[in-house]
Design a binder for this molecule. Sequence first.
Ligand code: KG4
Ligand code: ZN
Length: 321
Amino acid sequence: MNILGFESSCDETSASVVCNGREVLSNVVATSLKDHQKYGGIIPEIASRRQLEYINIVTAQALTTAGLSLKDVDAVAVTEAPGLIGSLVVGRSFAHSLSFALQRPLVKVNHIEAHVYAGYLTEKNEKDRDLLGEFLLPAVGLVVSGGHSSLFYIKDFSSFRVFGQTRDDAAGEAYDKVARILDLGYPGGPVIDKLSQQVKDNDIKFPCAPLEGTDDFSFSGLKTSVLYYTQRNAKIGFSVEKVANAFQESVVNVLVRKSIEACLKKKVFSLLVGGGVAANSTLRARLSESAAARGIKVRFPSLPLCMDNAAMVAGLAYHLL
Ligand code: KG4
Ligand code: ZN
């Protein structure tokens, strides 16, 4: 079954064809990120106008790359929510129209649940196709993106239950705000990740609210600690790399601890991680290490599939259909 999926919830416009819910035949992503960078964040009005310009182009490319035409499409999938309404409406209108014209089913997908699913996708012709058998459900899902930090209990791919979430900023949002404090540009995640790797010993430590006894997260106090540190040390100067590293250590520690604890508490031995922050090199290394020590299988998406993409939408739609 070939599903043509669309993702247009924010500044990416993406179309993808996924075969049988797993094999990514194409995944084309256009982004308006550059148009927003000078403002230090996404401008919804600009994002939705770019969606309109890109959607036809990415659709044509996704079909060409997959070697298919519209008549080979068995179903159409689209991100329903959450996201910026002006951006969402472009993908949704496009997908609804296409489904109507082709007389094929339309599957509406939740963007956050799709991020969790991304770790299940395989590249075209990739060898580890039997992963699905090896990677048993139920699983715990951790989504850490620019808008969300949530823990899910996944009984099967049509049943996601949130049991933990951020009480204030999302993890990616904290990265972006700290990058703004340090004058590192937008988005903050990749540059903080890179600077952080340059630090071996660090005397700076920032606290991250543990919210003991809950599965929730809180990152806004950590961000404020970074702000106060930079203000206090503005005159004498400080190492941007060390501040970035201390901030990242604090975020990664709490994400690793809470997601492993959640697996143990739920007696679940599969952990799926998704969202932009899942591209973080320290998080990938530490979580893999910590999960392996407790016999938990952890699965991260490939780096491009951590970011917003339509393959995760088309893949999850297969199970929903
Ligand atoms: O999932 P995503 O593409 O969009 C949303 O649905 O929000 O995530 C974007 C977020 C941004 O906040 C960005 O700073 C963060 O993911 N990010 C990272 C890294 N790459 C992107 N955060 C930490 N480390 C990274 N390497
Ligand atoms: Zn996303």
